[in-house]
Write a protein that binds this ligand. Structure first.
Ligand SMILES: CC(C)(COP(=O)(O)OP(=O)(O)OC[C@H]1O[C@@H](n2cnc3c(N)ncnc32)[C@H](O)[C@@H]1OP(=O)(O)O)[C@@H](O)C(=O)NCCC(=O)NCCS
Length: 171
């Protein structure tokens, strides 16, 4: 991902249908200023990528240093990361790209970055596809949080994969 990617990132972050699935709260638009702030902030602690298909940008993803204190507190001294992704071009949903992206980011995280644990966070029950792509790559349930009434979903899931399980599954 580079500073040339703002048009695509702005398009995906102003599509209410994409944001319905990617955000836990009711967000229908991020302004261009907010988009720059979000991605510039994340990139300080993450490898951020554009997902391409048919030579076109179709989505974005990152492998980020874990930023949730409640997870870090449980694994002192461990290198914990998290994966997030959005396929912003809806014509490309359901074609196996999400599953491939998770596989590639996971390989990058464990084999290149030598992470100890990788997490998938903010997976909501109204987005079964996001849970399934993590499961396909060997991730397991780490935590299930019941959401307060009035929120968009009923549960928020956190999934994880350890280095040991990754290399065992791979062999
Ligand atoms: C969720 C998302 C990442 C999934 O990626 P995708 O490329 O569409 O999914 P894939 O084609 O790789 O599908 C992988 C698996 O999930 C299943 N799946 C995908 N979407 C699904 C859905 N809406 N309901 C149930 N299962 C679904 C597929 O059937 C497939 O399982 P299978 O191989 O056992 O048949 C993508 O649709 C997306 O980016 N959506 C909008 C933003 C978003 O939700 N981001 C994730 C936030 S956590």
């Amino acid at each position: 991902m580079t500073e040339d990617d703002w048009p695509a990132l702005e398009k995906w972050n102003s599509d209410p249908e994409v944001l319905y699935y990617s955000e836990g709260d009711d967000v229908s638009l991020y302004t261009p200023e907010m988009v720059r702030k979000i991605y510039r902030g994340v990139c300080a602690n993450a490898f951020c990528f554009i997902i391409e298909a048919d030579d076109e940008p179709v989505g974005e993803c990152w492998l980020q240093r874990m930023n949730l204190d409640w997870i870090l507190a449980k694994h002192p001294g461990k290198d914990c990361r998290r994966i997030d992704l959005v396929i912003g071009e809806k014509d490309y949903w359901g074609r196996g790209i999400g599953a491939t992206v998770i596989e590639l980011l996971t390989e990058f995280g464990f084999e290149h970055q030598k992470a100890d644990m990788i997490f998938g966070c903010s997976i909501w029950d109204f987005n079964p596809g996001s849970q399934r792509i993590m499961e396909k790559a060997g991730y397991e349930l780490y935590h299930r949080q019941k959401l307060e009434p009035g929120r968009k979903g009923n549960y928020e899931l956190t999934m994880y994969l350890s280095k040991d399980k990754y290399f065992k599954d791979r062999d």
